[in-house]
Design a protein around this ligand. Structure first.
Ligand SMILES: Cc1cc2nc3c(=O)[nH]c(=O)nc-3n(C[C@H](O)[C@H](O)[C@H](O)COP(=O)(O)O)c2cc1C
Length: 325
């Protein structure tokens, strides 16, 4: 256990945190070390403005990286002490983070759990292929503590909600069908040879699209074994729609993805369902019917038994491009 991690440890933890998921692998984060404080900023140059005009998912993406960092530093026996939106004059300054040693008692109590979450950072992939249904113990209690920790709700939808979610996906696709700006942006980010940003063709299925999934360019990922998608769907939602809600939704998304990965589940965020007002309303209604007290659905997550075997990791930008210290 360390009293306080040094700059090299913090830089290594940031590099790990950059393995977090982001909309179209845009990685819209910038990390800056000042004295003993690490700061997280939005990098607005990495916006995806047609799909995400308000920058809502840009902030959610940074929230996933922030939570990944919190998990990564447990390796040094320290807690990240985080202040969210520390500068009211600068909405792009998302968090200030200092580090405090964990008590020996807390280290012992939570090390196994922390180690499993750290391992999940390495194992997690966005899997866009059809899933088998998750085993009941895979999703039971997955959202435990999420409301208290992140002030969001996680609603697991029943199988009866599936047709409505497919309807929401169709609604989004219909709205976008003749939107050249959306398609130009999507093709800019997705479907090329692997590079340090965007979604490579190797992560996009060549066939067997999932009905609730986003319509992407055809890729080179071989289809999983035959069978319809039987993923469970979970909705992360908030009572309001502020930057703070977006940031906390991102942290919660990371928590859910890592916890599910640690349980051996395959995962995929699907956010085209919350990008178009009419689709977002359908998702909100489905979540409310499922018991969620959700006014603003932020992200839907597919969870299930992976059928297609391990996926290669999607690349990230070099740490030097996102770190200043
Ligand atoms: C806010 C957010 C929105 C996302 N939306 C989608 C989506 O609609 N469809 C999808 O297949 N993946 C989605 N993803 C997953 C990203 O495409 C993925 O994280 C990125 O390509 C990096 O790949 P990896 O998660 O396998 O590391 C989203 C991720 C985040 C954080």
């Amino acid at each position: 256990m360390m009293a306080r991690p040094g700059i090299e440890e913090i830089r290594a933890a940031v590099a790990t945190a950059c393995g977090a998921p982001s909309l179209h692998n845009s990685q819209p984060w910038r990390w800056r070390m000042a004295g003993e404080c690490l700061h997280l900023h939005v990098d607005t140059a990495r916006a995806v403005p047609v799909a995400d005009p308000l920058g809502r998912q840009m902030v959610i993406s940074c929230g996933t990286a922030l939570h990944h960092l919190e998990v990564a530093v447990t390796r040094y026996g320290v807690d990240a002490v985080t202040e969210l939106l520390p500068d009211p004059a600068d909405p792009m300054h998302l968090a200030s983070i200092t580090f405090a040693p964990l008590s020996a008692q807390r280290v012992a109590a939570s090390e196994a759990k922390s180690a499993a979450m750290r391992r999940a950072i390495e194992l997690r992939r966005t899997d866009r292929r059809p899933f088998g249904p998750p085993p009941p113990e895979g999703v039971r209690g997955l959202g435990a503590g999420v409301a208290e920790r992140f002030a969001v709700s996680l609603t697991l939808l029943g199988a009866d909600a599936q047709p409505r979610m497919v309807e929401a996906a169709r609604c989004t696709a219909a709205v976008r069908r003749y939107d050249p700006a959306y398609h130009a942006e999507l093709y800019w980010w997705a479907g090329h040879k692997p590079s340090a940003e965007g979604i490579p063709d190797t992560a996009l299925p060549m066939e067997g699209a999932v009905p609730v999934g986003r319509e992407f360019p055809i890729g080179s990922l071989a289809a999983a074994s035959a069978g319809p998608d039987e993923a469970a769907l979970a909705v992360i939602g908030t009572d309001a729609d502020t930057r703070l809600d977006w940031l906390r939704s991102g942290e919660a998304l990371s928590h859910v993805l890592l916890a599910a990965t640690a349980r051996g589940l395959a995962t995929c965020p699907v956010t085209h369902l919350t990008e178009v007002a009419a689709s977002r309303r359908i998702v909100g209604d489905a979540a409310a019917a499922g018991g969620g007290r959700l006014t603003f659905p932020q992200v839907v997550v597919r969870l299930g038994a992976g059928r297609g075997g391990a996926l290669p990791s999607t690349r990230r930008r070099p740490i030097a491009e996102v770190w200043e210290g």
